[in-house]
Design a protein around this ligand. Structure first.
Ligand SMILES: [Zn+2]
Ligand SMILES: [Zn+2]
Length: 101
């Protein structure tokens, strides 16, 4: 058994280990990215939902602070509480603009 040959095979094993570890970490990163994409999807859908009734906004209405709700939800909310449900800014019915998309 020659020490040169032993050394050679040992280096090759080290390279193989490094490649395997790199592959595993790349695969893990891709898996995380795909998970984050899956997480983002429902949030995108939620943006189109009214934060008061969690239904699609038909029609939507915007407050003067820039938050969007169902026209009927935000009007009844503001007429009783006089604040924005999202940021608690003081609002009146006049601060609500119905959006016609
Ligand atoms: Zn609503
Ligand atoms: Zn607001």
């Amino acid at each position: 058994m020659s020490p040169m040959r032993f050394g050679g095979s040992s280096v090759r094993e080290d390279v193989a280990v490094v490649i395997r570890e790199t592959t595993v970490s790349v695969l893990t990163k891709q898996g995380d990215l795909e998970k984050e994409k899956e997480k983002e999807k429902p949030e995108e859908d939620r943006k189109l939902e009214c934060p008061i009734c969690f239904e699609a906004m038909k029609p939507p209405a915007a407050t003067s602070c820039g938050h969007v709700f169902c026209n009927s939800c935000i009007r009844s909310y503001v007429s009783t509480k006089h604040i924005c449900p999202t940021c608690s800014k003081h609002l009146t019915i006049k601060d609500i603009t119905t959006l016609y998309l």
